[in-house]
Design a binder for this molecule. Structure first.
Ligand SMILES: [Zn+2]
Length: 149
């Protein structure tokens, strides 16, 4: 047995009351606050370590599960190899990371975000007349020669 009896408002007092079947509003309230605080701290830690949990459930269903508080968010991973789709996907990932990042990581993420936006704008710009490269010209000449022979 403990020599010192902990005062009301402590966890020890709350446990003591419960053991003896006593009702104490002060101890019940402070215990409730402690539990809520611990839960909030745990949730905060959980958000800090997310995103996590890549999954591959079956072929064609590649994705990632992230958590925002208690709500799991399922993110589908596109399988397209279109450069615009790819850039949009990376942009979404970077912005998702920005939403949960620490201020320390924000500068690096913002830089990547800006690069992807620039790339997307380049990809969206009307295509210039495609110049025929020297390599293409050689290939065309070779094809002609083969066809003639
Ligand atoms: Zn008490």
């Amino acid at each position: 047995m403990s020599k010192e009896v902990q005062p009301c408002g402590t966890h020890a007092a709350y446990v003591r009351h419960r053991r003896k079947g006593e009702e104490c509003v002060e101890c019940r309230e402070s215990e409730r606050e402690r539990v809520a605080l611990r839960r909030a701290e745990r949730r905060e830690a959980e958000i800090a370590v997310q995103p996590s949990g890549a999954f591959l459930s079956h072929i064609g269903d590649v994705g990632q599960v992230v958590r925002q508080g208690d709500e799991p968010v399922r993110i589908e991973v596109p399988l397209s190899f279109d450069p615009v789709d790819s850039a949009k996907w990376r942009l979404a990932k970077v912005r998702g990371a920005m939403a949960v990042s620490s201020p320390r990581d924000m500068a690096a993420l913002a830089k990547v975000e800006a690069e992807i936006i620039e790339l997307l704008n380049e990809l969206a710009a009307p295509k210039e007349e495609k110049k025929v490269s020297a390599l293409d010209q050689l290939a065309a000449k070779r094809a002609e020669r083969l066809a003639a022979s």
